[in-house]
Design a binder for this molecule. Structure first.
Ligand code: ADP
Ligand code: MG
Length: 742
C-alpha cells in the first residue's frame, strides 16, 4: 500500500470506518469531525495513565487513579428528579469502591457480579465513603495497562471519549503509513519523529515521552505550514508591481515636517524613516511592521510615511483604534502641518494648503459628506480616523499610504478592507502599541517586514512603580497629593465605567477567544483587556464613576477631579480631555480610554486600581501615560492579586519598564494570548503549536520554510507540492484570501 497523504484522509468520510455507527455521524459532525483527517487531528486533551494502578485501600480523595477490581453488584436507581443512576460496587483484595454513573442507568445492565473491570477517574467521597462519579470503565483486557487518550468532547455531541478512541484506533490501523513531505534533512536536524509515528503516538502513546515527541512533530507541521504561507506571501508581495511608486527624494514635505518638530529625531527614528522611504520608492507595496516601546516616537515615523505619499500627489490614511486617539493625532497633525502646502495646478498660485481631516463615528453627517467628497476628488490629503474609515462609502482618489495604529485591536479583515480602498495597493505601515516578542511577531506578522525603534527619545525620566495592597493605598494618595501640590497632574484608572458596565463593546467576544485559546482551563490574561482569572472569589472591581465621587469627597478633596470614560457623550469627552490637557483639571479618573497614546507631559502619577484585572500590555500602555516630561513619575498598582498569573504580571511590571522585556515576560506567563487575537481568528490550524511551549520551534519552522522556498519558490517539486497542498488543506479559505488578496 502506498503511503497515505493527508489529502486522501480528508477525502475519506468517517462514516467509512466500520467502528463508526451511522447514528454517531451527526454527533461527530457536531464536534467538527467529518473526514478521517478531522478525526485524526481531533487531538486528545490529555492522557490517563493506566499503567499506574492503585489498590482501592490506597486511594486518595481528590486524585485520579486507575483501579482494577471485581464487580460485587450493579444496580440502577431512580433519583427523585426522575433521572436514573447506575451504581456499580467494586471490590479488590483490599477494599470496596462505589462507582456512580449519573444519567446512565443503562450501564448497570452491562456489568454483572464477578466480572473484572478497570475504572479510571477522580476519587471523590460521598457520605464518608470513597467513590468515583462517572469514571471511565472497561472490561479488563480492553484498555488496561495503557496510556489512554482523553478527548475533548462537547456534551451535545453524544460521542464519548471511549468511542472516539475506538474510531481513532480503526482510522490509524487503516490509514498508515503516512506520506511525509517534510524534507528528511529537517526531520533529522530537528529530531522529529516521522508522521506515521506522530499520528499514532499522539493518540496511542506507549509512554508519555512518545506523546510528547508526537506532539512536537505535529506542532512543527502546523508551524511549518503557516510559515510557508507567510514567507511565500511576503515574497510574492515583493515581486508584485501593482503598488504606488512614491516620490521620496530628500527636501520635500517630510524634511519640512521634521524641521518644525522642535526636537531631533532619534537615530532609530531616522533609520526607520529611511527604511520606509526606500520601500515607498519601489513599485511593489510596502507591508511593514513598526515596533517600538511606548513613547519611542512611532507617531512621527508614521506621519513621515504618510507625507511621502502626499508629496507625490497621493493620500494618506491614519487609522487608530479609539476616538480619543484619533482626535489627538488629528490635532497633532493639524498643528504640525499647518502652513504646509501641496501642488495644485487648478490654482493660480500653483499650490494649496495641505488638507487634513478627522473622520470618526462622531463626525456629523453634513461634515461627513463633505469629507467623503473631498477624499474622493483628491482635495483631502490626509485623513485620521477610527473604524469609520472602513465603511463602504469611503473612497479615495488616490490612496497612497495607510498607517494602522494597531494597538492589538484591528483585525485582519479590517486592514484588508482599508487596503482595498486604493486603485493600486497602497503601502501599509502597521504599528503595535507595545512591543511583541520576536517569535510572536514571526507568527502574527510573519508576512511583513519589520522595523524596530530600539531607542527612546532623550529626556524621559524613569518611572517608579509600586504594587500596593488594599491596606496600603494611602501611600499612593499621599504621593498623589504632593505631586498635585507641586503643580503636576494625575491619572486614576479603573476597570469599570460604573454600574458594572465594561468599557468597550466587543469585550465579551474577546474574552471567549482568550478562553478558547487557553482551552478554558487556565487563567488567560486578555492582553489588550482585562485579565481573566475565572472562578476566583474577590471584591468587585471599582468603577470610574464611583471612584471619582469617592476620591473627590475623600482622599482628593479640594482638588479638581474629572471623569472620562467611553460612555460619556462625545462633547463631554472632548471637554474633559481638553480641560485636562490645559491643566484645568488636576486629576483624571478614567477607564482604559486613556490607555492609548494620550499625551499630557505634566502628568506624573498614574494610579491603576484593580491592577490585577489588566493584562501586561495594557498596564504597560497605561504606565506609559506618565514619565513624559522631565519630572520624576510614579505608577501605583493597587491590587491584591489572587492568582499566580496575576501576581506574575504585576511583579513583571514592578521589575522592568522595558516593553520588550515585558512582552517576553507576558509570553512566558501565558503564551500567545491576544497577541494573536483578531489576526488569529480562523487560524484553526494551530491546534497543538503554542507560543509558550514552542518558541524555538517557531523560529525553526521559519528557517525550514525559508530554505524550502529558496530551493523551490513555486513549490512545484513533488514533495514540496504535497506540502503546499497541505497548506491549502489546513489553512482556511478566509485566511488564504486575506494573505493572497492581491
Ligand atoms: P509612541 O511610540 O508611544 O506612539 P509617541 O509617538 O506618542 O510615542 O511619542 C511620545 C512622545 O515623544 C511625544 O510627545 C512625541 O512628541 C515625543 N517625541 C517623539 N520623538 C521624539 C524625539 N526624537 N525627541 C524628543 N521627543 C520625541
Ligand atoms: Mg502611539
Amino acid at each position: 500500500m502506498s503511503p497515505r497523504t493527508l489529502r486522501t484522509l480528508q477525502r475519506t468520510p468517517v462514516s467509512q470506518l466500520k467502528s463508526v455507527p451511522a447514528r454517531k455521524v451527526a454527533g461527530l459532525r457536531a464536534l467538527g469531525i467529518e473526514s478521517v483527517l478531522d478525526l485524526l487531528t481531533h487531538y486528545p486533551r490529555r492522557y490517563a495513565d493506566r499503567t499506574n494502578q492503585v489498590k482501592i485501600e490506597a486511594l486518595v480523595e481528590g486524585q485520579e487513579a486507575v483501579v482494577t477490581a471485581d464487580v460485587v453488584r450493579s444496580a440502577t436507581r431512580r433519583l427523585r428528579n426522575g433521572r436514573s443512576m447506575a451504581e456499580i460496587v467494586l471490590h479488590d483484595d483490599t477494599a470496596r469502591l462505589t462507582c456512580t454513573f449519573f444519567n446512565q442507568g443503562w450501564r448497570a445492565g452491562t456489568f454483572s457480579a464477578g466480572q473484572t473491570v478497570t475504572v479510571f477517574g477522580k476519587v471523590g467521597a460521598y457520605r464518608g465513603q470513597l467513590q468515583m462519579a462517572n469514571p471511565l470503565i472497561d472490561l479488563v483486557g480492553d484498555l488496561t495497562g495503557r496510556i489512554v487518550p482523553i478527548y475533548p468532547q462537547s456534551g451535545k455531541a453524544n460521542v464519548n471519549s471511549v468511542e472516539l478512541f475506538r474510531f481513532v484506533s480503526e482510522a490509524l490501523e487503516r490509514a498508515g503509513p503516512f506520506a511525509d513531505p517534510v524534507p528528511l534533512r529537517a526531520l533529522a536536524d530537528l529530531h522529529l519523529v516521522d508522521r506515521t509515528a506522530a499520528y499514532h503516538d499522539v493518540h496511542v502513546p506507549e509512554d508519555l515521552g512518545a506523546h510528547q515527541r508526537a506532539r512536537y512533530r505535529l506542532a512543527f507541521d502546523e508551524l511549518l505550514r503557516l510559515q510557508l504561507l507567510l514567507v511565500r506571501k511576503k515574497r510574492l508581495n515583493a515581486s508584485s508591481s501593482i503598488g504606488v511608486v512614491h516620490y521620496t527624494a530628500p527636501g520635500g514635505l517630510v524634511a519640512r515636517f521634521v524641521e518644525r518638530l522642535g526636537f531631533e529625531l532619534t537615530g532609530a527614528q531616522r533609520k526607520a524613516i529611511r527604511e520606509i522611504a526606500s520601500d515607498l520608492s519601489l513599485p511593489h507595496p510596502m507591508n511593514r511592521l513598526l515596533q517600538g516601546d511606548v513613547g519611542s516616537g512611532k507617531t512621527v515615523v508614521a506621519v513621515a510615511a504618510m507625507l511621502y505619499g502626499v508629496q507625490g500627489g497621493h493620500q494618506g490614511a491614519f487609522m487608530v483604534p479609539t476616538e480619543v486617539l484619533a482626535e489627538q493625532h488629528y490635532f497633532l497633525l493639524s498643528r504640525l502641518l499647518e502652513t504646509m502646502s501641496v501642488p495644485d495646478t487648478d490654482r493660480l498660485s500653483g499650490e494649496r494648503p495641505l488638507a487634513v481631516e478627522l473622520l470618526t463615528s462622531r463626525t456629523t453627517s453634513g461634515e461627513r459628506s463633505r469629507i467623503l467628497a473631498e477624499l474622493a476628488n483628491g482635495q483631502l490629503d490626509l485623513i485620521v480616523g477610527t473604524h469609520a474609515l472602513l465603511t463602504g462609502d469611503v473612497s479615495f482618489s488616490s490612496l497612497g499610504v495607510v498607517v494602522v495604529d494597531e494597538q492589538h485591536r484591528f483585525g485582519v479583515e479590517q486592514r484588508a478592507a482599508l487596503a482595498e480602498k486604493g486603485q493600486a495597493e497602497p503601502d501599509l505601515l502597521v504599528m503595535t502599541a507595545t512591543p511583541i516578542p520576536r517569535t510572536a511577531a514571526m507568527l502574527v506578522y510573519g508576512d511583513l517586514d519589520h522595523t524596530t525603534l530600539d531607542e527612546m527619545p532623550p529626556g524621559r525620566t524613569p518611572i517608579t512603580t509600586r504594587l500596593l495592597g488594599r491596606g496600603q493605598e494611602s501611600v499612593a494618595w499621599k504621593r498623589v497629593r504632593s505631586e498635585l501640590d507641586a503643580g503636576h497632574q494625575v491619572y486614576v484608572v479603573c476597570p469599570l465605567v460604573g454600574g458594572g458596565a465594561m468599557e468597550e463593546e466587543g469585550f465579551e467576544e474577546e474574552l471567549d477567544e482568550v478562553l478558547d485559546e487557553e482551552g478554558g482551563t487556565e487563567a488567560g490574561a486578555a492582553d489588550g483587556r482585562f485579565a481573566v482569572d475565572p472562578a476566583v472569589e474577590r471584591l468587585p472591581p471599582r468603577s470610574a464613576v464611583e471612584e471619582r465621587e469617592r476620591l473627590a469627597a475623600g482622599e482628593l478633596q479640594g482638588y479638581s477631579v474629572g471623569l472620562l470614560h467611553g460612555q460619556l457623550p462625545a462633547k463631554d469627552k472632548d471637554g474633559v480631555m481638553a480641560k485636562f490637557r490645559a491643566g484645568e483639571l488636576q486629576v483624571l479618573v478614567a477607564t482604559t480610554v486613556v490607555e492609548v497614546g494620550v499625551d499630557v507631559s505634566n502628568a506624573t502619577v498614574i494610579v491603576i486600581e484593580d491592577a490585577d484585572r489588566f493584562g501586561i500590555a495594557q498596564l504597560h500602555q497605561l504606565r506609559g501615560r506618565v514619565g513624559r516630561g522631565s519630572a520624576k513619575s510614579y505608577c501605583f498598582l493597587l491590587a491584591d492579586p489572587v492568582t499566580e498569573l496575576a501576581a506574575g504580571r504585576l511583579e513583571a511590571m514592578v521589575r522592568t519598564e522595558n516593553g520588550f522585556e515585558l512582552a517576553e515576560a507576558d509570553l512566558d506567563l501565558r503564551g500567545g494570548g491576544t497577541v494573536l487575537g483578531a489576526r488569529q481568528k480562523g487560524r484553526t490550524d494551530l491546534k497543538l503549536a503554542s507560543l509558550r511551549r514552542h518558541r524555538e520551534l517557531v523560529v525553526k519552522a521559519r528557517d525550514v520554510a525559508t530554505a524550502i522556498l529558496d530551493d523551490d519558490p513555486e513549490l512545484t517539486d513533488g514533495r514540496y507540492r504535497m506540502l503546499w497542498d497541505e497548506v491549502e488543506l489546513f489553512v482556511t479559505e478566509e485566511e488564504r484570501q486575506f494573505l493572497f488578496r492581491s
